[in-house]
Design a protein around this ligand. Sequence first.
Ligand code: PMP
Length: 313
Amino acid sequence: MPAIAYVNGQFVDFAEAVVPAEDRGHLFGDGVYEVVRVYGGRPFLLPWHLERLGQSLAAVDIVNPHSEHEWVALIGEAVRRSQEAEATVYWQVTRGAGPRSHAFPAGAPHVTLIVRPFTPSPASQATAVLLPDERWSHVWVKTLNLLPNVIAKETARRAGAEEALFVRAGVLTEGSSSNAWFVRDGTLFTHPADRHILAGVTRRFVLHLAQQAGIPVCERPVGVAELSFMDEVFFTGTTVEVLPVTRILADPDALFWQAAALPADRPATLVRDLSRARVLWERTGAAVSGVAEQLQKMFTQAVERFRNYEDVL
Ligand code: PMP
């Protein structure tokens, strides 16, 4: 079955799914979104995604066009129509369409929803590159404005890495599309869910798994200077689930990682050349089969229970 699209109140043929040229998502990135993973035909942790969607909408003052019940029904219907057991559902709510003018127009929000079959990446480990966190100050809102994230991911890809690990004022915040975790002497560290990171649904679930496993957790900012003391690093996210990191690269000439503020220079391109990047952190053999793998395994087991209609929380 091809991918499924729903635009403005109707399921449409994917090739016919178009949004108005004056949709504010298109003009300004004026909207918010969610992505949920479908396992065995069931959207995973959907109530938590809907909770965060409500927070994002409230943050940018867009009226939530649906009740939780309506969202659950709509997403369920889309998954059923797709006939996909393994999929992602992406949906966004924009401030609607209107003549291009910055101030909010009158009118209803627009919903666009896409179901696509999903095949997980065969890679069960990742390399990361340190990059400056040059995003705006409200990254906790899941807005459509992902240009810095997109540029960071492409910069990482060109450096042969899977993910960018952001640094803001000397602190490791999160990945370009994932949350970051660190392990030292069996204790988990992750940035608090404040305005400097997106409060990942997977992060929330992994906190729950860690509690179940009796793994101590410390939600506090981790400085770049602490990285050398960390035994393990991993990312979490809806599509990557739990992804252990084997090495972290950084450009030794780029001083952003220690700096309290971003440098004032204007680079010619934001897609930085990382050909001078060196290994800043590497996982040593001793840490293999560590906390990251334990949580990865617990996550997979929880998904199996979910596929079998058992409770995961
Ligand atoms: N941080 C950022 C910047 C992200 O884009 C994502 C993925 N949407 C995450 C963290 C992880 O969030 P989740 O676990 O809800 O997918």
